[in-house]
Design a protein around this ligand. Sequence first.
Ligand code: 8OZ
Length: 359
Amino acid sequence: MSDAKLFDTYQLGPTKLSNRAVMAPLTRNRALDGMVPNPLAIEYYGQRASAGLLITEASQVSQQGQGYQDTPGIYSKDQVTGWRKVTDRVHERGGKIFLQLWHVGRISHTDLQSGGQAPVGPSALQAKGKTFVGGKFVDVSAPRALELSEIPGIIDAFKTGAANAIAAGFDGVEVHGANGYLLDQFAKDGANKRTDAYGGSIQNRAKLMLEVTKAVAGEAGPDRTGIRLSPVTPANDISDSNPQPLFDYITDQLSALKLVYIHVIEGATGGPRDIAPFDYTSLRNRFKGAYIANNGYDYALAKKVIDENKADLIAFGKPFISNPDLVERLKTGAPLNEADRNTFYGGGAKGYTDYPVLA
Ligand code: 8OZ
């Protein structure tokens, strides 16, 4: 039985976590009816309530913000009602849960956009990448550049999403600022070629991410608002020519907003941690709130990083898919179930709510 600090409680703003293991946001594509969380999601998240904190799968703040089939939303009344059942179950079981607010930007397909319109991005530059629509992987569609006049509407959609999440009983929200989606597209110069107030300098490119986060924090409270960042990931064809000063600046600004955490994907999302040089300690030291570290952590690395005070919390992804009782398994050194990749995206209970707990 490990007595590692990983299993100690943690005070995340007003939210008391029973341990420092976080379930990372994980896209599962099972919201089959009106982008409302599948009833099985109640069981799925409830089974994992022993995590210190659950972060939901990315949930689009508008139809325009959807990029894959069957991902849940947080903009309709029925979606809020659906999510309320999830938060109630998690709270009944003593857990805490944040909802991740998402706009995919250019990583979408005309089939998912109202009236078959083009997806939107900072610039009319098509990503080299695939999305999952109509039961198959297809190239993402060519986007159009957002007009300056449309930016307030984007900020407003995130703000309403935050209000809806709080109304649905979430303990807080996480802004999805990572993995090559809209806010990351604006921030990074590989996708943002704008010449207006939202393009060019680091300050201009970071502007949308910071304005959205400020609006979200205004709704949920900064002590119930976190953000996910991925400074060097190549996910969804995203890149930046100089990520260190960009993310140093973003982190300073997020700290000034008094956000409760930054959740940092170190390296390539779901891939090598050392894909590109980057000083994560710089972000850890600049940010006054909690630092959640993510990407490829196992027990040994989590223990080391927490003991060395390089992170406050550790987010685990795939291990939480296949081990509802991951915290108990890490604590006792029990073996972990293997995750079945074939059931990650889409389907029903198989590979979702049927992973066994320890006897
Ligand atoms: C896997 C498949 C689809 C979306 C992310 C929301 O990478 C995602 C995602 C992951 O952040």
